[in-house]
Design a protein around this ligand. Structure first.
Ligand code: MF3
Ligand code: CO
Length: 248
């Protein structure tokens, strides 16, 4: 069953997601050559708690950290590490927070110093795919319209969308119905209604869409070792159109 949130609940979700956005803004500013992602994880948890929220991922199905840090060929759910970032890396940062019983969830991929033109294009296409998906979050549209829009932009730029991980409904739980695939057919799936809240999160690979999970049980990497990017927003469907909750 898809939970429809009241206006008051949407306002509460906005506050949880504001925390997420502020954390991501801070760690994004800190990420650079020579910085270890373990330090970004520590920062994220500290800022989150200072804003009165708690990290949403730590302990979730046993995930051991607050911030998912997935450099280069890592797709999602990477572990923070003491290895310093290097010039030319790309780094996906995914953070969740819980405030007053509601989850927020968002992700971004950042450039570490100067990156290659190919990497830059991957980041831009992935963010554009997210934007296209968000644009479909309107009453009367089908879930498949969201999925198809994401896929069209990512594949139109010459990249592939990951199949094995999907976006999701979000609210009092991190993962609620419906699943939000990053591929699909327009006009299919549930009809969107005001008060539905979706975490839309394209994971886009420079090569093929296949992924593998490392022996840590969490870290997803591209099977072909090529780069992957990830952008995510938590978005409410409203009568006035899409409302992105995870902005600072
Ligand atoms: N944004 C990701 C998701 O919705 C992050 C989850 S990390 C986890 O699946 F540790 F909480 F699983
Ligand atoms: Co998510």
């Amino acid at each position: 069953m898809i939970v429809v949130k009241s206006p008051a609940e949407l306002d509460a979700m906005r506050e949880a997601n504001r925390v997420v956005a502020r954390v991501l803004q801070a760690v994004e500013a800190e990420a650079g050559p020579g910085i270890a992602t373990a330090r970004l994880d520590a920062m994220a948890e500290e800022i989150c708690r200072s804003l009165g929220a708690r990290p949403g991922f730590k302990g979730y199905h046993g995930y051991p950290y607050s911030l998912c840090c997935s450099p280069n060929q890592q797709v999602v759910h990477g572990f923070p590490s003491t290895t310093p970032l290097a010039e030319g890396d790309i780094l996906s940062l995914d953070f969740g927070a819980v405030l007053d019983g509601f989850y927020g969830d968002a992700a971004t991929t950042v450039a570490v110093g100067q990156i290659s033109e190919a990497a830059r294009r991957l980041l831009e296409a992935t963010e554009a795919a997210l934007t296209a998906g968000i644009e479909e979050c309107r009453p009367g549209r089908h879930l498949g319209d969201v999925s198809a829009a994401v896929q069209r932009v990512a594949e139109g730029a010459g990249f592939s969308v990951v199949r094995q991980f999907v976006g999701h409904g979000i609210g009092r739980n991190l993962h609620e119905e419906p699943q939000v695939p990053n591929f699909g057919a327009p006009g299919r799936g549930v009809v969107l209604k005001p008060g539905m809240v979706l975490a839309i999160e394209p994971m886009v690979n420079a090569g093929g869409y296949a992924v593998e999970i490392l022996d840590d049980g969490w870290t997803a990497v591209t099977a072909d070792g090529k780069l992957s990017a990830h952008f995510e927003h938590t978005v409410a469907v409203t009568d006035d159109g899409p409302r992105i909750l995870s902005l600072p």
